[in-house]
Design a protein around this ligand. Structure first.
Ligand code: UDX
Length: 445
């Protein structure tokens, strides 16, 4: 099939590339010439495992093209995917200007039937706005060409986006145009092993589903983070509690890890946006408001632990920081807890030596104004002469580190672990002073 994807960020680029992989002819459009140049020169503007290889293969096969030419792009695909950003406005609601600009472009230039598909995460009701934007442009030029609007939210995890797209749990398609739904079924048939995985519903329910999924996951995390705070006080171990409840199939093991708080481009933004949509509709989402507040508090938990150990004034102290990205396997620094933690430590006078396997260039870019923060080339360099190690992101390479080196490099062997990577009992055996999130001093397994 012929497909246009508007926006070459995480969502757009992964969508376009994976659809090309299945033999479709895909044209990706972006207004950002820099991004298109990188792609045309054989690179990709983001870090995503497996994506570069797939882009290269499909470009070579002539199935994947990149352009900044709006007219060419609109003419190319019967299916027009919108995968542009929806950043939060100051009041927390999603900013739809890029989505609606994309829709208007389709309306301005289309000459035959198009399906306009929203992949961006958009508030309930955006489908109607997209339809109105396309219709208005058609009316301006007296055109009666037909089109349909579909909502097809993505459920991609950064770091596993290619795998998630190629082997989806479910595909949600919202729409009421029969032809468009049949085209969507045909498009996704190679991705679906079990036909129940394609869920057709109305546009509003599809839009809502995306927010509901992310809000539920964020709720699980904040709930566990709160229980972790209490675990520490009463002498229980949240890791054991996690296993104890996860084994109930109604609860399940996923997304129950207490940590330094959730971040990224989706959870914080989507939770805020759903709370906002609710209040605009006269409903107060009390649980979700608390989820957000609990997460803000959680980003300070590691700082509280440092202060509890070293005092409020950190002047003259140096800390090793392992991990900057909001989670492993990405260089994404959006809403990363590390930004809050680093800001708070530096504000109290600390010097920091930070290392991340992938996110350092991005971290340097977003924290260029932070003083007393040095980026170093490896785990070992970060440790040199520091007062303690603070682990913020659960990269695999941090899970089984050289404990002897940690001991010999730090001024005193203190490890403050924001992702519960290490066994407290092992640390105590090794003579390392250790504090995790919600771990008891005396672990029971
Ligand atoms: C999320 C959703 O998972 C995905 O379906 C949606 O399409 C986009 O948003 P992503 O933002 O890539 O994906 O990250 P995810 O892996 O879900 O993690 C989000 C945050 O939660 C990270 O900061 C992570 O460290 C944190 N987290 C996750 C926890 O603190 N504990 C957990 O148990 C799981």
């Amino acid at each position: 099939m012929k497909i246009t994807v508007i926006g070459t960020g995480y969502v757009g680029l992964v969508t376009g590339t994976c659809l090309a992989e299945m033999g479709n002819h895909v044209m990706c459009l972006d207004v950002d010439e820099k991004k298109i140049r990188i792609l045309e020169e054989g690179g990709i503007p983001i870090h995503e495992p497996g994506l570069l290889e797939m882009v290269t293969r499909n470009r070579a096969a002539g199935r994947l093209q990149f352009t900044t030419d709006v007219i060419k792009a609109v003419n190319h695909g019967t299916l027009q995917f919108i995968g542009v950003g929806t950043p939060p406005d100051e009041d927390g609601s999603a900013d739809l200007q890029y989505v609606l600009a994309a829709a208007r472009n389709v309306g301005k230039h289309m000459t035959d039937y198009k399906v306009v598909i929203n992949k961006s995460t958009v508030p309930v009701g955006t489908g109607d706005k997209v339809r109105a934007a396309v219709a208005e442009e058609l009316k301006k030029r007296g055109s009666d060409v037909e089109f349909a609007v579909v909502s097809n939210p993505e459920f991609l995890k950064e770091g596993a986006a290619v795998e998630d797209f190629m082997r989806p749990d479910r595909i949600v398609v919202g729409g009421d145009d029969e032809r468009a739904i049949l085209l969507m079924r045909a498009l996704y048939s190679p991705f679906i092993r079990n036909h129940d995985r394609l869920l057709v519903m109305d546009i509003k329910s599809a839009e809502f589903t995306k927010y509901a999924a992310n809000s539920m996951l964020a709720t699980r995390i904040s709930f566990m983070n709160e229980l972790a705070l209490l675990s520490e006080k009463v002498g229980a171990d949240i890791e054991l509690v996690r296993k104890g409840i996860g084994s109930d199939p109604r609860i399940g093991y996923h997304f129950l890890y207490a940590g330094a708080g959730y971040g990224g481009s989706c959870f914080p933004k989507d939770v805020k946006a759903l709370v906002k949509t609710a209040s605009q509709n006269g409903v107060e989402l009390q649980v979700l408001q608390a989820v957000e507040a609990a997460n803000e508090r959680q980003k300070h938990v590691l700082v509280d632990k440092v202060v509890a150990r070293f005092g409020e004034d950190l002047t003259g102290r140096t800390f090793a920081i392992w991990g900057l990205a909001f989670k492993p396997n990405t260089d994404d620094m959006r809403e990363a807890p590390s930004r809050v933690i680093i800001g708070e430590l530096v504000r109290r006078g600390a010097k920091l030596r930070a290392y991340d396997p992938v996110a350092m260039p991005e971290a340097q870019r977003v924290m260029s104004d932070v003083k007393n923060l040095t980026f170093v080339d490896g785990q070992a360099q970060a440790l040199e002469g520091a007062d303690a190690l603070v682990v913020i992101t659960e990269w695999k390479e941090f899970k089984s580190p050289d404990f002897d080196l940690i001991k010999s490099s730090l001024k005193q062997p203190v490890v403050i672990d924001g992702r519960n990577l290490y066994d407290p009992q092992l640390m105590s055996t090794l003579g390392i002073e250790y504090t995790g999130i919600g771990r008891s001093a005396k672990p029971k397994s």
